[in-house]
Design a protein around this ligand. Structure first.
Ligand SMILES: Nc1nc2c(ncn2[C@@H]2O[C@H](COP(=O)(O)OP(=O)(O)O)[C@@H](O)[C@H]2O)c(=O)[nH]1
Ligand SMILES: [Mg+2]
Length: 324
């Protein structure tokens, strides 16, 4: 890099939607530290325009296939699409059949599409923050849509999905008990339900089960999540999914809920950054591990130890020495 301010040229490239700059900016937010913060600081006022959609559900449900179909549909309307894949079993990361990868390859050559798989390990500031920041990068780059694919398990993944304006839960017929598993955490935040592989048996039953599970927490939502059936592999029902997502966005805007969600998202991000920063300061600067060992030897209670460590962190903060 020849520029005296590498982040500035990187950010300029992002705003011009240059693929290499977008890719490098996303690497920067994955690597953590000052570059991560600086990239987000400088692009943030250019974000907020993209429609951010989280696509979640169990492995093999057809999320990648649906994302692929949605991307094609949006492109056929002249809209641009950024895709973030957080799923380690995703074709983007080489987990699936060769055919899928070849299919995705066609999209790679289209400058209106940017596809990136997030490192599920090694994001220094955490996977969820890195993914949200990457979505910001795509948003600032002017992509009309940001599609985030992720398997819906674990707190990290739930946090990723929470940073979307619209959450699409993709499931498949015959999940049975798995619906109970999905329920924990994701079900409550799904805005659109998709039963993919509707070419298989058991679609109606799964639809009934979903509807039952949903009705329990439907009250007062103001938005009744539609249950759609798709055969993503041949594109059937994909227009309806796009339509539902668009309708949901309109609902968010009309009801004022969009601003509310964005506030909640910001809060979640700030909380995550704070948690990590306090822990990291305690760990790296105050020798948390050593403290714990000493406390264990002296049989100190956890509150006393936490008080002492927290006092140390507060002190670091006063000295403006809080860590990345
Ligand atoms: N029968 C059937 N197969 C599908 C459908 N959608 C996707 N598949 C296949 O299911 C497999 C898993 O799909 P994939 O999109 O990778 O699922 P993901 O793990 O949720 O991303 C792939 O072999 C797809 O070709 C569908 O609607 N019907
Ligand atoms: Mg996938």
């Amino acid at each position: 890099v020849t520029s005296p301010d590498p982040i500035a040229s990187l950010v300029a490239g992002v705003l011009e939607r240059r693929p290499r700059a977008v890719a490098r900016a996303i690497s920067a937010v994955e690597d953590g530290g000052e570059p991560q913060r600086e990239v987000v600081r400088r692009i943030y006022d250019r974000t907020g325009r993209a429609r951010v959609v989280g696509i979640t559900g169990p492995p093999g449900a057809g999320k990648s296939t649906l994302v692929d179909r949605l991307a094609r549909l949006f492109r056929s309307r002249g809209e641009t699409v950024g895709i973030l894949a957080v799923d380690p079993t995703s074709p983007f990361t080489g987990g699936a059949l060769l055919g899928d990868r070849i299919r995705m390859q066609a999209l790679y050559t289209d400058p209106g599409v940017f596809i990136r798989s997030m490192a599920t390990r090694g994001a220094m500031g955490g996977l969820a923050p890195a993914t949200r920041d990457a979505a910001d990068v795509l948003d600032a780059a002017g992509f009309d849509w940001v599609l985030i694919e992720t398997v819906g398990v674990g707190q990290d993944e739930v946090d990723v999905v929470r940073s979307a304006d619209t959450v699409v839960l993709v499931t498949l017929p015959g999940l049975g008990d798995d619906i109970q598993a999905i329920k924990a955490g994701i079900m409550e935040i799904a805005d659109v339900f998709v039963i993919n592989k509707a070419d298989r048996e058991g679609v109606e039953r799964t639809a009934r089960e979903l509807k039952l599970a949903m009705e329990l927490d439907e009250a007062g939502r103001g938005w009744v999540p539609p249950i759609l059936k798709t055969v993503a592999s041949i594109g059937r029902g994909v227009e309806e999914v796009a339509e539902a997502v668009t309708r949901h966005r309109a609902h968010l805007e009309a009801s004022g809920e969009l601003a509310e969600r964005r506030r909640a998202q910001l809060r979640l991000r700030v909380e995550t950054i704070l948690q990590r920063r306090v822990l990291s300061a305690a760990d790296r600067r105050l020798g948390l591990e050593r403290e714990v060992e000493r406390a264990a030897a002296q049989r100190l209670d956890p509150y006393t130890v936490a008080d002492a460590v927290f006092a140390g962190v507060t002190n670091l903060g006063k000295q403006a020495e809080v860590l990345p």
